[in-house]
Design a protein around this ligand. Sequence first.
Ligand code: ATP
Ligand code: MG
Length: 412
Amino acid sequence: MNDILPGEVATWQELEAAARRVFRSYGFSEIRVPVVEKTDLFCRSIGETTDIVEKEMYTFTDKGGTSLTLRPEGTAPVMRAFIEHKLHAQDPVAKLYYMGPMFRYERPQKGRYRQFHQIGAEVIGLDDPRCDAQVLAMLDHYFAEVGIPDVQLQINSLGCPECRPAYRQALVAFLETRLDHLCDDCRRRWQQNPLRVLDCKVPGCKEATAGAPSVLDHLCGGCADHFAAVQGYLTDLGTVFAINPRMVRGLDYYTKTTFEMVTGNLGAQNAVAAGGRYDGLIRDLGGPPLPGIGFAMGVERLVLLKGSPQAVPRLDCFLATLGSEAARHAFLLMHQLQRAGLQVDTDLEGKSLKAQMRRAGKLGARFAVILGGDELAAGRAQLRNMDAGSQEEVPLDALRTRLQELLAGGEA
Ligand code: ATP
Ligand code: MG
């Protein structure tokens, strides 16, 4: 679980602000849900035999004897809130986004932490393939907006309760012939959760399942048409994608379209964002039979890909003073400038003028105001442009306007 320190936080704020900006263009509203939920919510939605539920949840019993879990993902809590507050009664179509910490007890490594953060979006109430295409186009737009290059959008279809059982059967039969080559986890999975075997990172398993039947050859007419339409709309929108028939996703609630945004720049952790359609989830959680689709992006992985520019945050103005009268006046002046929206600092430690100017430099001040007893008596101050090294004399009562003028003109 990481601390996010002041220098890195700028990148986080930028990524969050870009999400708010981009998602708003597509009509999404923010929803905020608690970080803990009843354990049962995750078991029922994500699935009992998934890695998350089997071994990654932070689960505890509270003082009232209720089993609670720190949320490992955001979709189930958002659906719980949607159902609990009957948001469908106001509007059966909802576009929601969220951001915040998630918790999974995993082995920490680059790009994988126990507390991590996701920015996610969900569309409820639409099963039209245009909706899938729009969600994917929005995800693609976000990556372009924040300037993360070298990512590839991969899509697949996992079918529906009509066609998945036959595929599952075909896959189980295939895996049975390969059992000797599979890792222990996969040998356990092949009957319980056979699709997950295709997602195993162990090289031997990848090799052994190279010729596995493809889910795309087993889609029913409805799912095949839907998937073809999604691809058609993506092409219309100019959203570039690749089809990856082995992408299965680690959560049980997915149906039809699934997708990942992958990169080669994160080592073993190649997915930066992932999601899919979950047409049965809301009904399974006790809500109306509404379809849904959504995704979550891992913020830590976005930050790793974006890199921290380490641009030193700059101060508009530092007030350097000589003598106690000037210091007293500067303290008031600082307050007035701050109330006018400028970023201002002054010396509160009684440092020498030279040390104060050094501090102004360290804080990245664009301007320094130098105020001594004589200047104060004459109602004037020296205004120094720290980047240009030039200096001008300004009447004290015109200082704020002059500073604002200079800052707005970008003359710094
Ligand atoms: P992975 O295959 O990398 O384990 P996942 O399929 O478990 O990912 P999802 O549950 O789909 O991931 O979560 C969506 C995104 O959240 C991932 O693409 C990733 O960017 C991020 N994410 C998931 N788990 C972690 C983690 N433990 N630490 C940091 N980011 C994570
Ligand atoms: Mg995982």
